[in-house]
Design a binder for this molecule. Structure first.
Ligand SMILES: Cc1ncc(COP(=O)(O)O)c(C=O)c1O
Length: 537
């Protein structure tokens, strides 16, 4: 066995092969779970999580994948095919690339798989081949996907099928590493528990531990029929496995998916970050020991000297790819609230700092902008909007609400105050706004506009702007609703008037104008917010 790199540095042409080799790494962490998650702690039960998630590919199948590929060196020149929609194909793809620069792994995947998992496979460069029908198929079914792949590899020279369900390299990898590591780390181990998919992990680890200490009991955790958890199978789907599981699995325990997801969330919250099958293993372990306790048999599992029970379960992968499922399986009340939730439905158009201009830059862009010399009696605010036929187009996606969350009717605010009516000034002879490519829109209230404004700025007044309204979620929503109404309202220039025009939006603080610019840009208008207090007036 090569010695682990003490400083965890892997270099040279085979740096990745070293990094992926368990013999060149320290043993994976074995962490006792906190008492809060161990209802049997007072009964002398200590529970340890074996973090296979800390493998470089972050899942339980990295070890079998490595052994299966090492045992088939020809595979580097072949197309590798495997029936798996998760850990095994991901591991095969990553390891084949690291060992050989191999880039041709095909995952045969049920079309019932969650789109996130399909994306994950694409992310890792896997070619995916979908199949219909039963999602979790029997490895021994002659018409099933595994048999088809077996036949394909037998008849086509260029195809390698590692075959996780049949390959002895699968369970032997866990005998060699998972079992051996646990034995070195915790020789006082009494119970080992893992979920059962191919059965490789529990068979191999059980084989090693039982060889070293025959009293070690093993618990294989399965899904309930019709209530799957990603990775493990239900028992009747496993029984035909060719692995030597009968001598290495003492007892089976099934666990519901809701319990599995909830337990992995609790483990993750405590820092043992893991996916649903890991929670399922913990639940199965606890359920089995609780049943033993109820039957007065717990002492049979304990070390005769210390009277303690040291139990190990496997954390098999990470939770992130299953977020949608967590929110389906676990009730809403078990998640903390989101404060300011109304902001999920409004003000979603993207802001871009490049669309905020200093007054100087705005002036340059507009070919010079000057304060109006007679603001209370000028004709800057031309009657530009009355004949308008054409409204601005709606933004392509999100302005009416979140693309991610349905709009809950309960979060709507009262509609904003009536749009203030203003007496419009007479049209001017001056056609500055018509001929200039830049339109200045002043969104301050009417009286502020009358006191001072930029020459030829149009006044499309909003209600007075609350101070620092971005700090108040309800004020943000109110402001957003008001701007939305204004943009679609009677004082707003029509799409035709704005065509091939640049719009400068001016307000008191720059906040409302920034919001309006984001909304205008989402509607295809080339708009800029002018930053800073209003023109020194
Ligand atoms: C997330 C996860 N947990 C558990 C298992 C079961 O492991 P095994 O196939 O060794 O029984 C798998 C198998 O793919 C898995 O992907």
């Amino acid at each position: 066995m090569a010695s682990p790199s003490p400083l965890n540095v892997f270099r040279g042409h085979d740096s990745l092969a070293q990094y992926l080799d368990p013999d060149q790494n320290p043993p994976l962490p074995l962490v006792e779970i906190p008492d809060a998650l161990n209802p049997l702690r007072a009964d002398g039960v200590r529970i340890f999580a074996k973090m296979l998630t800390a493998l470089p590919a972050h899942n339980v199948k990295s070890l079998p994948a490595l052994e299966m590929l090492r045992s088939k060196p020809k595979a580097q020149h072949q197309t590798i095919v495997e029936a798996s929609s998760g850990s095994t194909v991901l591991s095969l793809a990553i390891i084949a690339r690291a060992l050989w620069g191999h880039n041709d792994v095909h995952a045969y995947v049920t079309n019932k798989k969650h789109p996130d998992s399909l994306r994950l496979m694409k992310f890792f460069g896997l070619k995916t081949v979908l199949y219909g029908g039963l999602a979790q198929q029997e490895p021994s079914d002659e018409k099933g996907i595994m048999s088809r792949l077996r036949r394909m590899a037998a008849s086509e020279e260029g195809v390698c099928y590692p075959g996780q369900y049949d390959s002895d390299e699968n369970w032997k990898a866990h005998e060699r590493w998972t079992g051996a590591q646990i034995w070195r780390q915790l020789p006082e181990v009494n119970v080992f528990c893992a979920t059962v998919g191919t059965g490789g992990c529990i068979t191999g680890t059980g084989a090693h531990l039982k060889a070293m200490k025959p009293s070690v009991r093993t618990i294989g955790v399965c899904s309930k029929h019709g209530d799957p958890v990603p990775g493990p199978r239900h028992l009747s789907g496993f029984e035909t496995s060719p692995f030597p599981w009968r001598e290495n699995i003492d007892v089976f325990q099934d666990v519901s998916s809701a319990d599995a997801f909830r337990a992995s969330m609790q483990l993750s919250r405590h820092g043992l970050i893991c996916g649903p099958s890991s929670g399922q293993a913990l639940c199965g372990l606890i359920a089995h020991l609780q049943a033993a306790k109820a039957a007065g048999q717990l002492a049979e599992y304990a070390d005769p000297t210390t009277k303690e029970i040291n139990a190990v379960f496997v954390c098999a992968d990470l939770p992130y790819q299953y977020m949608d499922l967590y929110f389906q399986k676990i009730s809403k009340e078990e998640f903390p609230p989101t404060f300011n939730e109304n902001l999920l439905y409004c003000d979603l158009d993207p802001y871009d700092e490049r669309n905020s201009l200093s007054p100087e830059d705005a002036s340059k862009l507009a070919g010079g902008i000057q304060p109006c010399s007679a603001p209370s009696s000028c004709s800057c605010n031309k009657k530009h909007h009355h004949q308008r036929q054409d409204a601005l187009p709606s933004p392509p996606s999100s302005s009416g609400g979140s693309p991610y969350y349905p709009h809950p009717s309960s979060t709507s605010l009262p509609t904003p105050p009536e749009f203030p009516s203003i007496g419009l000034l007479d049209p001017s002879e001056d056609d500055y706004q018509e001929s200039n490519t830049t339109i200045i829109i002043d969104i301050r209230p009417r009286d502020a506009y009358a006191t001072a404004h930029m020459h030829k700025a149009w006044n499309v007044p909003l209600t007075p702007e609350p101070e620092d309204f971005f700090g108040d979620a309800l004020a943000v929503e109110a402001r957003w609703r008001e701007i939305r109404e204004v943009i679609g309202g009677p004082l707003w220039p029509g799409a035709e008037e704005l065509q091939e025009r640049r719009v400068l939006v001016m307000c008191e603080s720059g906040d409302s104008s920034r919001m309006m610019v984001a909304m205008l840009r989402a509607r295809g208008v080339e708009a800029f917010a002018v930053e800073g207090r209003y023109g020194g007036n």
